[in-house]
Design a protein around this ligand. Sequence first.
Ligand code: AMP
Ligand code: MG
Length: 502
Amino acid sequence: MASSPHIRYGSLDGLRLSTGFARLPAAFHTRLPPTPLPEPYLVAGSVDAAALLGLDPALIDHPDFPALFAGNRLPEGAEPLAAVYSGHQFGVWAGQLGDGRAHLLGELDGADGPWEIQLKGAGPTPYSRFADGRAVLRSSIREFLASEAMAALGVPTTRALCVVGSDTPVQRETQETAAVVTRLAPSFVRFGSFEHWHAHDRTDELRILADHVIDRCRPALREAAQPYAALLRDVAQRTGELMAHWQAVGFMHGVMNTDNMSILGLTLDYGPFGFMEAFDAGHICNHSDHTGRYQYRAQPRVAYWNLYVLGDALSALIGRPEEVKTIIDEAFPAAFEARFLQLMRAKLGLATARADDTELINALFGLLQAGRTDYPAFFRGLSQLPGTVETAARRRIDAPVRDLFADRPGCDAFLTRWRARLAAEGSVDAERQAAMRAVNPKYVLRNWVAEAAIRQAREGDFGGVAEVLTCLRRPFDEHPQLAHYAAPPPDWATGLTVSCSS
Ligand code: AMP
Ligand code: MG
């Protein structure tokens, strides 16, 4: 079976999980088995995520696979548990939360260290409060596709191995069916995990948790003069870079509560997220976010605020509050700005850095905002345009980009400026266009695309999910047979909303 050296598990019976988080003291978690999911079936699997674990991708189609990743049958070595954490929700202290519908099974070693394996939607835990511990098919497909899409776009994220469904009914606004999504991450520790111990004035537990994260995921920080200060600096920097990625790719998380912020700077907890389509910096992707706290343009600011909350929680380990503030103020804005500029230059095909690039980028965002221009279509279209163009042929050649704007002269003015900038650095078309196509995706998880695949899946046909995954796992490729998934929303999909209910 083990046909490739990267495949370490050629059979499901051979899986041997080890444990890391489970070794922390009992106060950090509650051990409990998942609740079996009646008659589970495979909805979708990611061969890329399987490869991270060293699983033979053929195992995804094994008849025992759904039962294993529904939590009905545990792999050897699994010690399922739900972790406790707290957090600020919509800016307000929410007290204790915790894994209300997630079971951490244990971990498997990957090439760069262990991957924790977590089942989301596998039944209630002591942290479920009044909820049912389940996830619905709709939100599980969305989390699965988005996780794998973000990874393929080069955005730090938790991963998703599979979605397993069942006909078991689950009540939300309407009756839906249950599913379990298997998530992978080096650690699922959140800002809120630290807030939890800070709120209880438990410095020992705070230190144990920080040591756990450092030793398992950031061992280099152990060498720092002040490892806990170094950890905060590391999180602030990575969170800054993550925000740059989100803004550049047009990803909106929707619920940037501190319990949804990863201590590793990963995109975590996909709920009512969205990818920017018709550009609007004030877009609110979460129907339940009435004040627009988490609108697109606010994301970096919110992350900054969340880092202060984390810094406050870590202050007992770091010492002086001024030092905590200094660390965050030094690390976050600089990391965000540098990475955002780098990503935007790449999207524009600029190989060098010039002082007035920020101005060019701002002018572009103004133009996109005024035109409510389709964000991925604009950059993909721009990737095909030549760097020089005869005046007479200009309208015809620029049409694929120009036609995305009502304000054609505004678009022309931008393209003139962009071409002058390309000329100034001696840009070579073929090279630049290839580089631009490698960073400007043809495919993102548009709301209508997710919705179409979900509607089909509800009828028992998972072909749509598989097709969409084919596009999203190679988002920069053309996939001519599937090109309709790159289109802006059809009429039936205008006004689709996404709520927190998942
Ligand atoms: P979220 O906004 O999805 O990050 O969830 C916030 C909190 O609510 C977390 O503690 C979740 O585990 C919990 N939660 C959300 N949905 C459910 C559910 N259906 N059952 C149990 N707990 C849930
Ligand atoms: Mg959450």
